[in-house]
Design a protein around this ligand. Structure first.
Ligand code: GLP
Length: 241
């Protein structure tokens, strides 16, 4: 595991965008695993800027997102579908037919998850998986638990995650209680993993995930066993290690 120390959020975003753009340049028809949350937004902005300057071409790229809230329609501003369109897809020349997220409006969890597993298999696996980090060490929406879930599954969000995400909603009651998320095996099968993390409030999660034991109670800790992981963290996020 490589840990790259960034000065601040902006520096973290540029460094992460550099790694993503290198992937797209080296393999124009690559499969990018993408993430939502506030942390990757700066990296997406940097990629858009480079695209606008003519330095990046997304026309052959395929994307599979980590997760989606269950029950939020695509046009809900808090859905991850909406997020991806607003923060990346509509600004670059990506073919929308090659961008995938779990179908949050499919009420049958087994069908939603089975369909998504098939999509990930069909696109041939993930070349580079981008990840953020939850306060409790979750990746995607893989919450702390007794075991590592393998493939796409439906999760009950923890009280802590609901609390952390309520800032995006009008009230806590509107935060979905469930989500569909890619599983840990799928994430671990990505050829490369890039995790971005910023801020003092994530310092504990960084310490527990990358400097503690590998345990499903801290799902990101499994990344210690992946052979090609890069963590780009700012000084605040590294302040406890
Ligand atoms: C959500 C997402 C995660 C993300 C996490 C942290 O729970 N499902 O993929 O990493 O939030 O978000 P933020 O970057 O806003 O702190």
């Amino acid at each position: 595991m490589r840990i790259i120390r960034a000065k601040d959020y902006k520096d973290m975003s540029r460094k992460a965008a550099n790694i993503i753009s290198a992937q797209v340049l080296i393999k124009p028809d690559c499969v990018l695993g993408l993430a939502t949350g506030s942390t990757p937004i700066g990296a997406y902005q940097q990629l858009i800027e480079w695209y606008q300057k003519g330095d990046l071409d997304f026309s052959e790229v395929t994307t599979v997102n980590l997760d989606e809230y269950k029950g939020l329609p695509r046009d809900n501003e808090q859905s991850y579908y909406y997020f991806m369109h607003e923060n990346l897809f509509r600004h670059v020349n990506i073919d929308l037919n090659r961008t995938y997220l779990p179908d949050g409006m499919e009420p049958d969890s087994e069908k939603a998850c089975g369909d998504y597993n098939r999509i990930i298999a069909q696109v041939g696996g993930i070349d580079l998986q981008l990840l953020g980090l939850g306060h409790n060490g979750h990746i995607g929406f893989n919450e702390p638990g007794p075991s590592f879930e393998t493939e796409t599954h439906c999760v009950d969000l923890t009280a802590q995650t609901i609390e952390a995400n309520k800032r995006f909603f009008d009230s806590i009651d509107e935060v979905p209680k469930q989500a569909y998320t890619m599983g840990i095996k799928t994430i671990m099968q990505a050829k490369k993993v890039l995790l971005v993390v910023s801020g003092k409030d994530k310092a504990e999660a960084v310490k527990n995930s990358f400097f503690g034991p590998v345990t499903p109670q801290v799902q990101a800790s499994i990344l210690q066993l992946h052979s090609d992981v890069t963590v780009v963290a700012d000084e605040d996020a590294l302040s406890l290690v």
